[in-house]
Design a protein around this ligand. Structure first.
Ligand code: AKG
Ligand code: FE2
Length: 633
């Protein structure tokens, strides 16, 4: 979809590109849900997990909005039924599929890494020898001003030196032996990054001691620690949860390899070099346990950067005039304190990045913990998947599942069905997934954001009905005025929904960008000067956040490029050419980075596609830049 949007952009910037064609182009949105997810069936977010339980933090504004969404979606579904078409995507079957997948994932790992003891066994061990004094001591890390809890650091190691040496040695031998390499199922394959499942190490190695140590670390340290530090944020009744490992991965970030081609392009600066790391994402489970495997003296950079670390920046920039981000005031990525074996733990649903390792090698072991709910809790809400994880899975599977969403048609020919009704069905299906995610976790800002964008897609799909009626005489039972009314309602709803998303995830640059983009769609419907001011301030806040993430060492990739392009396009449409040039020039480091990556990339079709898509977008931005420069000369 993005590709089509981008390619139509190119026509507008033919050398003679006129203002008229410029105006008629829809800007493109980034909106890649998948890009935020750790692995293929991976994960998402919640918020507000401080002392207040997120489960009860509903507010009436959100409830009223959800009610309007629900009724608008039902009306559009009956519109399709009246026209002889039915969509097949039922809430019950969606939730059932999500739940079945969670069971499979949790059970797959259980053979190598044990789940937590059940509740009865835990109770008896607390009354005998296992008490809270064996839980590693730890401290909370918060943002300075907003005092937002971010993560915990252990003050004692949770893995011993011998086990760590075994893990690293074993991983190293797998990475060095092509014949042992299991096919990668990881998302972030980039130069200098290595990953291997802990379960593969354990199965391939025959060290009984190491295996026992890892199992003991889980049972005696990790599960009790997670229960104590995060229990009340995860469920009303934490006793109803039984933790287990959903996945565990050993990761190596090798900065030297990541930077090998640094000199192949003249003028590639240190900043344009990507380094080894992972972009902003969420993990699928409940809690991520990030264990340091080598000494901090062996590398520079690196660490885990939490999206919410920028809350202080937002707070400060609301009182600051200039748009530049002061690099010195940015928080540093978080790292475990002490040496190897120490850990950093955070909610998997909190968006975070592996900050770029710029020198040396950084090795970590990440345990992704999930849980199932015990039988007593099940009566209440039927599924054993904890709500947080339900929301995460709904968000991350929506797009892929809804592509397959079926349409039953009784009176239309096949071509009309696939060209018009299928995209509508698929966008409505996505809205249902995101709506269910919000139902599970009402404060899930990302689900609100994705819902807002799904409604936008429905609105755009309805535009195709108008075109089809005008151009090829499509017969509709209801008149076009009904479709136009739906469209207006959907735009207004999307704006309110994105405003809601902003409250819950204020540091997510994508939400500011998407809101600016949707507001731009309302041009003509609303008061122009007022709306222009809002569009600009939303775009520039998105720019500010992307830049801050980048300066903190996070790879912001295509999301930042999209903001540059769309903001530039908006400014060009408003005849603010010199401002547009200033914004669009920021595409240059991305262009260099992508050229470099294209030369280095490992041959993986999915990666290639993503890179090509980003390359296309950068080219559009460069073409637009030349166009704006010509207007100024
Ligand atoms: O590099 C890091 O610390 C982040 C690792 C991470 O987020 C992950 O593997 O999911
Ligand atoms: Fe992660």
């Amino acid at each position: 979809m993005a590709n089509e949007e981008y390619s139509c952009f190119c026509q507008a910037f033919s050398p003679s590109g006129s203002r008229i064609s410029l105006r008629s182009l829809p800007p493109k949105k980034p909106f890649h849900e998948e890009a935020t997810i750790r692995r293929e069936s991976a994960k998402s977010r919640v918020d507000d997990w401080s002392e207040v339980s997120y489960l009860s933090s509903r507010n009436s504004g959100a409830d009223a909005l959800r009610h309007s969404i629900q009724s608008t979606l039902s009306e559009i579904e009956s519109f399709s039924r009246n026209n002889g078409v039915t969509f097949v995507s039922h809430e019950d079957s969606i939730l059932n599929d999500i739940h079945q997948q969670q069971i499979v994932d949790a059970q797959t790992m259980a053979s190598t890494l044990p789940p937590e003891d059940d509740h009865e066994a835990r109770l008896s061990s607390t009354t005998t020898n296992q008490d809270s004094s064996s839980i590693p001591s730890y401290q909370w890390l918060h943002t300075e001003r907003a005092h937002k809890p971010l993560a915990i650091q252990t003050k004692q190691p949770i893995l011993d030196d011998t086990t760590i040496a075994w893990i690293r040695g074993q991983a190293h031998s797998i990475w060095n032996d092509a014949s042992k390499t299991v096919e990668s199922r990881f998302t972030y394959q980039r130069k200098g990054n290595y990953e291997v499942h802990l379960s593969d190490l354990i199965e391939q190695g025959s060290n009984v001691n190491a295996r026992r140590e890892i199992r003991q670390a889980l049972q005696q340290k990790i599960y009790p620690l997670v229960r104590e530090a995060f229990g009340t944020s995860l469920a009303d009744d934490p006793c109803s949860l039984q933790f287990c490992v959903y996945d565990a991965i050993v990761i190596r970030y090798n900065a030297t390899e990541a930077g090998l081609c640094e000199n192949t392009i003249e003028s590639v600066t240190f900043e344009t070099k990507l380094g080894a790391g992972q972009p902003l994402h969420r993990d699928l489970g409940l809690v991520s346990v990030n264990v340091m495997l080598n000494s901090p003296n062996e590398f520079e950079g690196g660490g885990t950067f939490m999206e919410d670390q920028l809350q202080d920046l937002l707070w400060e920039s609301s009182t600051r005039k200039d748009e530049e981000v002061d690099q010195n005031s940015l928080p540093l990525p978080l790292k475990p304190m002490g040496g190897p074996g120490h850990a950093l733990l955070h909610l998997s649903s909190d968006r975070h990045a592996g900050a770029s390792t710029r020198r040396g090698v950084r090795d970590i072991l990440v345990f992704f913990l999930t849980a199932s709910k015990t039988a007593t809790d099940l009566d209440k809400d039927q599924y054993s998947t904890p709500l947080l994880e339900q929301a995460a899975r709904l968000k991350s599977t929506a797009r892929a599942q809804c592509e397959k969403c079926l349409v039953k048609s009784i009176s239309f020919d096949e071509s009309c069905k696939s060209a018009i009704w299928q995209p509508l069905a698929s966008a409505i299906c996505r809205a249902k997934y995101q709506h269910l995610a919000i139902q599970a976790i009402p404060t899930d800002g990302e689900a609100w954001q994705y819902l807002g964008m799904a409604l936008c897609d429905i609105q755009q799909t309805l535009g195709m009905f108008i075109m089809a009626k005008e151009q090829s005489g499509l017969e509709l039972v209801s008149g076009l005025d009904v479709v136009l009314e739906y469209q207006q309602r959907l735009v207004q709803l999307s704006i309110s929904i994105l405003e809601m998303a902003k409250q819950f995830t204020p540091c997510d640059a994508r939400v500011w960008h998407n809101l600016a983009w949707v507001l731009d769609q309302t041009t003509g419907l609303t008061n122009k000067p007022e709306i222009d001011h809002e569009i600009q301030s939303n775009y520039s806040r998105a720019m500010e956040l992307h830049q801050a993430f980048q300066q903190a060492g996070c790879d912001v990739g295509i999301d930042y490029d999209s903001t540059i392009l769309n903001y530039g396009l908006y400014l060009a449409n408003e005849d603010h050419f010199s401002k547009a040039v200033k914004v669009l020039e920021l595409i240059r480091p991305s262009a260099l980075q992508v050229q470099q990556q294209m030369m280095e990339q490992k041959s993986q079709t999915q990666q290639e596609q993503k890179l090509q898509q980003r390359f296309g977008l950068i080219q559009d931005a460069q073409r637009l830049l030349s166009y704006c420069q010509r207007q100024l000369s």
